[in-house]
Every structure is written in C-alpha cells, then in structure tokens.
Design a protein around this ligand. Structure first.
Ligand code: FES
Length: 164
C-alpha cells in the first residue's frame, strides 16, 4: 500500500528532523538514533525522510532498510487517526476475538497491522488488556468496547467514520 507523504503539511517537522540529522551526521553510530527520531516525529519512517538520511549521512538506502526492517520499533506505515486495538488474549480469543477482528478487517478493507488509505483507521492486535470479564474487548483510541458482537462492529466503526 502506497501512502503519499505530504511535504507541505509536514514542513515544520521536516525542518526539525533535518536539523537533528545534521547535528548527528559526524557521529558514526548516527543511523539508529536518527531513525528513532524520525519514528517519533512522523510516527513512521516516510520514504522521503529515509532518502534524506541517506544523503546527509552518506549511508546507502539498502543499509537503512536493513536496520529499519530488523527492529520492530520501526514502521513503514503511518498510523491512522483512530487506532483500533483488538485484544487477542486468551479470554478474548475464547470468546471470539478473531471473529471480531475478521469483521473489522472486512469492514475497513485492510488486515491487522495496516492503515486505511485515507489514514482514518489502523488495526492492531494486543495482549490481555486486563478486562477479561468483558471479553471480547476492543479499544479504539482511549475508548473501551466490551463484549463486542460481530453485528455491532459496523455501528461502532461508524461513529469514528463520521468524525471530521
Ligand atoms: S484476554 Fe482480553 S482483556 Fe484479558
């Protein structure tokens, strides 16, 4: 899935990031902290920023990709405005969490770990949220949904679709 990186919208962040890379360029071990900084600033690693890193640090893209794909803290996919976390802990699993996950994936047209092209939703799975008596549980941003049924998924998502 291709996501376009809006340079105009990210103008300030790009400048802050460029300064960080410049400040660290003499450091031999700069790649890791620079990637971490990009992840923090942008929430993922935009291709354009990886190209900037490559240019300023004189590190080939292949090496950057090698490091970025090795560590799970880095993502090449931006997060959506609404993060859906589905608990796949034992209690939720037994109560049908995978059916709920499947329904959310169908409704949004993406698989877990991905973001919708309009950047409205991301789907993640999580371990036990500590509310096992309410299984199956999903979390959307800060909101907890308990005892979720497949037939309720559409309605739950609609609330977030309608948000401007
Ligand atoms: S297993 Fe889902 S809240 Fe505990």
């Amino acid at each position: 899935m291709e996501f376009s990186f809006d340079k105009e919208k990210n103008k300030e962040k790009i400048e802050i990031f460029r300064m960080f890379v410049e400040q660290n360029k003499e450091d031999k071990g700069a790649l890791m902290p620079v990637l971490q900084e990009a992840q923090i600033i942008f929430g993922y690693l935009p291709l354009e920023m990886l190209q900037m890193i490559s240019k300023i640090l004189f590190v080939p893209m292949s090496e950057i990709y090698g490091v970025a794909t090795f560590y799970s803290q880095f993502s090449f996919i931006p997060k959506g405005d609404n993060i859906i976390s589905i608990c796949l802990g034992t209690a939720c699993y037994v109560k049908g969490a995978t059916i709920i996950l499947e329904e959310i994936e169908n409704q949004l047209g993406i698989k877990a770990g991905n973001t919708t092209p309009d950047l409205k939703f991301s789907i993640d799975s999580t371990r036990c949220l500590g509310d096992c008596s309410l299984a199956p549980v999903i979390l959307i941003n800060e909101n907890v949904y308990a005892k979720v049924k497949k037939e309720n998924v559409k309605e739950i998502l609609q609330k977030y679709r309608d948000e401007v």
